[in-house]
Design a protein around this ligand. Structure first.
Ligand code: CP
Ligand code: NVA
Length: 306
């Protein structure tokens, strides 16, 4: 059987993804009651290759493997041969001989695909310049936990058409909800990713109009990792795209606010937005652990019934 990878949300079917979200909720609830007693992967190892910084992703994957009875290895290009030019295909073949699963956070999505094509163990995208699918598992899980089925609902993305935005577009396709993207001109998501989603995803320019009647609002930093030198230019371009409590007031009364974090208060969100009860970002961050446990289980065992 071909090795199953998770490089974007399109690598699983809508049914598999829905089951995965339900499974994540089950795993979370069992952890609360029983503690980390479910240990399906003793002596298994996950290699975690990080070419960009991380708090949530590293801690959630490492904790997931510890809870599962396995072990995670943090690998940085600073102190592996990857940083000295060993080809990624060679690294993939070597790690495939030793570990059970790999997660990679890197810049180039094509580089991730090249790694995966040489790997005989499952590879997880832990963020590239183009996608962040693991975050969307946690985000859809959080939305589902708090509001039930997301099908037919309306989410609004305010800000940069970046990796998170692309994964929100894929989520709209796979979980069948509507997505309004509100971005300044010149900061749209990639046209091919947008076109593939059809008319369930629309582009708007006015945040107040975009948020009107929405079920969920989300945003992200204006300058992503690797774009630090564009910070000033982006602050000017995104002025007027800050998410505030007053903007959220235009959404449904029971609307939720998500942010993948880290957040820049005073830039893409107001200083106090994360204190608003509609902001459920701590639960969202915690759900990275549970959603990724369900993902690891799915890739190593196939779909597990609840
Ligand atoms: N949201 C997210 O991926 O956070 P980290 O960069 O801290 O992993
Ligand atoms: N768009 C952000 C997400 C961080 C989790 C970045 O790529 O830096």
């Amino acid at each position: 059987m071909a090795t199953r990878h998770f490089l974007t949300l399109m690598d699983a079917s809508p049914e598999e993804l829905s089951n995965l979200i339900q499974r994540a909720i089950t795993i979370k609830n069992a952890l609360k009651v029983e503690g980390p007693t479910y240990t399906p992967f003793p002596n298994h190892t996950m290699a975690m290759i990080f070419e960009k910084s991380s708090t949530r992703t590293r801690v959630s994957f490492e904790t997931a493997m510890a809870h599962f009875g396995g072990h995670a290895l943090f690998l940085s290009p600073r102190d592996t041969q990857l940083g000295r030019g060993e080809p990624i295909g060679d690294t993939a073949r070597v790690l495939s001989e030793m570990v059970d699963i790999v997660m990679i956070r890197t810049f180039s999505h094509a580089g991730l695909e090249a790694y995966a094509s040489a790997s005989s163990v499952p590879v997880i995208n832990a963020l590239t310049d183009d996608y962040h699918p693991c975050q969307l598992l946690a985000d859809v899980m959080t939305w589902t936990e708090l509001r039930g089925s997301v099908r037919g609902k309306t989410a609004v993305w305010i800000g940069d058409g970046n990796n998170m935005c692309h994964s929100w577009i894929n989520a709209a396709r796979q979980f069948d909800f509507r997505l309004r993207i509100c971005c300044p001109e010149g900061y749209e998501p990639r046209q091919d990713i947008l076109a593939a989603a059809g008319d369930r995803v629309t582009i708007l320019r006015d945040p107040a109009e975009a948020v009107s009647g929405a079920d969920l609002v989300t945003t992200d930093v204006w300058a992503s990792m690797g774009q630090e030198e564009e910070q000033a230019k982006r602050e000017a371009a995104f002025a007027g795209f800050q998410v505030t409590e007053a903007l959220l007031d235009r959404a449904q009364d029971d609307a939720l606010f998500l942010h993948c974090l880290p957040a820049h208060r005073g830039e893409e969100i107001s200083e106090t937005l994360l204190d608003d009860p509609r902001a459920v970002v701590w639960q969202e961050a915690g759900n990275r652990l549970h959603a990724q446990k369900a993902l690891i289980e799915f890739l190593l065992l196939g779909q597990v019934d609840d």
